[in-house]
Design a protein around this ligand. Structure first.
Ligand code: AMP
Length: 138
C-alpha cells in the first residue's frame, strides 16, 4: 500500500528500530511509547485491521507475538504487559495496517486502566444471545 506508513517501514523507506523479523512478521519499537520498551508487531503484508487478517495467519502472528512479549519482559524486567490491538478508528486505531501493541507495565506505573461499566437488567442476557448466535452460524 503506497500510503501506508507501516508498509513503508517494511520496505525500508521509513526507518524503525527493528526488534524482531521473520519471513512474515516484523517487530519494532513504537515511536511514541506508552512505556519504555513498547513494541509493535505487524504482518509484512498489508491488512487493514485484525478482521482482515486471514485465519491461516493468526497462529503465526500469535506465535511471533509470544516471542516478542517474552523478549520485552526479559529486556525491561517489567512486572506485567498489556497486549493490545485496536480495530477501527472508534477503538483508537490510527494506523490502518494491523498491529499488536506490546506495552511493558510496572507496579505503580500510574498508567490508567479502562473504565468499567455495568449492564442494565437483562441487557447481559440479550448480548449473550446475540453474540453467541453469530458464533453458532459458523
Ligand atoms: P494505533 O493507534 O493502534 O493505530 O497505533 C499506532 C501506533 O503506531 C502508535 O502507537 C504510534 O506511536 C505508532 N507509530 C506511528 N508511526 C510510527 C513509526 N514511524 N515508527 C514506529 N511507530 C509508529
Amino acid at each position: 500500500m503506497d500510503d501506508c506508513i507501516f508498509c513503508k517501514i517494511v520496505s525500508g523507506d521509513i526507518p524503525c528500530h527493528t526488534i524482531y523479523e521473520d519471513d512474515e512478521y516484523l517487530g519494532f519499537l513504537d515511536i511514541r511509547p506508552v512505556s519504555k520498551g513498547h513494541c509493535l508487531l505487524i504482518p509484512k503484508k498489508h491488512f487493514e485491521t485484525f478482521l482482515d487478517l486471514p485465519v491461516e495467519m493468526m497462529g503465526g502472528f500469535t506465535a511471533a507475538l509470544r516471542k516478542v512479549t517474552e523478549a520485552v519482559v526479559k529486556a525491561t524486567t517489567c512486572d506485567g504487559v498489556n497486549i493490545g490491538l485496536n480495530v477501527n478508528k472508534a477503538a483508537g486505531q490510527e494506523v490502518f495496517h494491523v498491529h499488536h501493541h506490546v506495552i511493558p507495565r510496572f507496579e505503580g506505573d500510574g498508567l490508567s486502566q479502562w473504565a468499567r461499566n455495568t449492564y442494565d437488567a437483562g441487557e447481559d442476557l440479550i448480548l449473550r444471545e446475540k453474540i453467541s448466535s453469530f458464533l453458532k452460524e459458523e
